[in-house]
Design a protein around this ligand. Structure first.
Ligand SMILES: Cc1cc2nc3c(=O)[nH]c(=O)nc-3n(C[C@H](O)[C@H](O)[C@H](O)COP(=O)(O)OP(=O)(O)OC[C@H]3O[C@@H](n4cnc5c(N)ncnc54)[C@H](O)[C@@H]3O)c2cc1C
Length: 447
């Protein structure tokens, strides 16, 4: 390989988008990826008769960059199945309902609706590119989302519903999320309804062939030998001339490096000279969420025959929400359940057999006896993964945005930062990862 201009650490959607833009601008790029595949937090696992998206899955309105790439690479999307009634298990009682309004007492519904509208309204004032400059930023950053919820909603049932939605959005208990971050993230993804919903929301569509298929197609356009797999980067040194990026049995020099990793992992690289204190302090403050994705496969989506759409929510048990993730043609029934936040931490302590039993027990409560007998079951926790350590993304706790936020994207010498956590739009999502890759390429090209 001729002299390298830019090294990219990590071949998730952020890293490969940055690589694509830099290669298109005529730069020589080397991508170093720890795993034996591209896609990072997006992994489409192939089985004999079907595939499963074990990580990032859905796309939705206003995610313009991923839709543009899907179009460019000829990849189709299809609607998430949501015809029929949703299911709710609250206080041990199972109910089904049509539309978006759950069967709760009117005062509870009003309180919940007001909270949802209010967080969307508050979020409108957030400065997305500099959240620390939002009006009253310090006030909002001094409280957790839970503190705000407690002030906002008097009814415990309203809070339970809001908690289920929040955990599904952040994969973290609301007592771990800064209210300023919650407002930032809400605006970043348009509004709270968009984040929560299937129709007109972030869960509206799936990618035919799986969410990793786009990443596979993008890297097929790169010059040979651009990507080196099984190459975890351990250290980065820099001086006035450029950078050296070092792993167990490799070392490459270049003018610049892009670190396209979740913040937690970016903080584990050995930098020489040391990272500035404020940058390192920031990286000590951005924990990843906790989520298990649990799949049961059936010979058909039998719940549809009972008029159910496969969407459910529960305030009890390990699985808090489910989605119908069957193939586009419905030739198999694929039920997906999320185990989220603190439930995910407890779930990690169970044996594989106990995990399966707990999930199927909950699916059976939602969808009846047939749910207890899948032809296949699989689950995955991204916190166990050496090269991710949690999901869906890094989440800002109280105080982090206002005290250290400006160090999130600021380059350090010849080291530049990408990754979905650095995006101001659709932060935490595949769209955010793509936008961060495009932003960092522009930063390097001086555009
Ligand atoms: C269970 C789950 C469900 C999700 N659902 C959705 C969804 O439905 N829709 C959506 O838009 N988003 C979803 N997300 C979030 C989405 O997947 C991420 O926001 C996005 O993929 C992040 O991309 P990235 O490139 O920023 O980071 P990553 O994908 O984490 O990429 C980082 C890359 O760096 C590599 N790496 C790590 N350490 C090193 C090292 N030391 N040296 C070299 N390489 C290294 C990793 O292997 C990885 O390939 C979900 C995530 C999960 C886990």
């Amino acid at each position: 390989m001729s002299k390298i201009d830019i090294i990219i650490v990590g071949a998730g959607y952020a890293g490969i988008t940055a690589a694509r833009e830099l290669i298109r601008a005529g730069k020589t790029v080397k991508v170093l990826e720890a795993r034996d595949r591209v896609g990072g937090r997006v992994h489409t696992q192939q089985f004999d008769d079907f595939y499963l998206d074990m990580g990032g899955t859905w796309v939705g309105p206003s995610q313009d960059r991923i839709y543009a790439l899907l179009k460019e690479f000829g990849i189709e999307t299809f609607k998430t199945y949501d015809e029929g009634k949703s299911t709710m298990l609250m206080d041990g009682k199972l109910k089904t309902y049509k539309g978006l309004i759950p069967p709760l007492p009117i005062p509870v519904l009003l309180s919940l609706d007001m909270a949802i509208k209010k967080i969307s309204k508050l979020s409108k004032n957030v400065d997305l590119s500099e959240p620390w400059n939002t009006p009253n930023a310090k006030y909002w950053d001094s409280m957790t989302l839970q503190t705000w919820m407690d002030k906002q909603m008097a009814f415990s049932k309203a809070k339970s519903m809001f908690t289920i939605a929040s955990e599904a959005i952040w994969a973290t208990h609301p007592n771990e999320v800064s209210m300023l971050h919650a407002m930032f993230y809400t605006k970043s993804g348009r509004d709270f309804d968009t984040l929560m919903n299937v129709k007109n929301g972030a869960q509206e569509e799936r990618i035919l062939g799986g969410a990793q298929s786009l990443a596979n197609k993008i890297i097929a356009t790169f010059p040979p030998e651009t990507i080196q797999y099984n190459a975890p980067v351990k250290a980065i040194t820099q001086d006035g001339d450029g950078v050296e990026v070092i792993g167990k049995d490799f070392s490459y020099k270049a003018k610049k490096v892009v670190v396209a990793l979740p913040p937690t992992l970016a903080g584990r690289i050995d930098y020489q000279p040391l990272m500035p204190a404020n940058r390192d302090q920031l990286l000590q403050r951005i924990p990843m969420g906790s989520v298990w994705k649990c799949y049961a496969i059936y010979d058909k989506p039998f719940w549809r025959e009972n008029g159910l759409n496969g969407l459910s929510a529960s305030d009890n048990g390990f699985v808090s929400v489910t989605f119908d993730n069957s193939p586009k043609d419905g030739s198999l029934g694929i039920m997906m359940g999320f185990v989220l936040a603190n439930q995910a931490k407890d779930f990690s302590l169970l044996s594989p057999e106990d995990r399966k039993e707990a999930v199927l027990e909950q699916f059976t409560k939602f969808y009846g006896e047939k749910a207890s007998k899948p032809i296949f079951y699989i689950d995955k926790s991204w916190a166990e993964e050496e090269f991710t350590r949690g999901c869906y993304a890094g989440v800002m706790p109280t105080g982090a945005w206002t005290s250290l936020g400006k160090h999130l994207r600021e380059p350090v010498g010849n080291i530049h930062w990408a990754g979905t956590e650095t995006s101001d739009v659709w932060n935490g999502y595949i769209e955010g990862a793509i936008r961060s890759g495009e932003r960092v390429a522009k930063e390097i090209l001086g555009k």
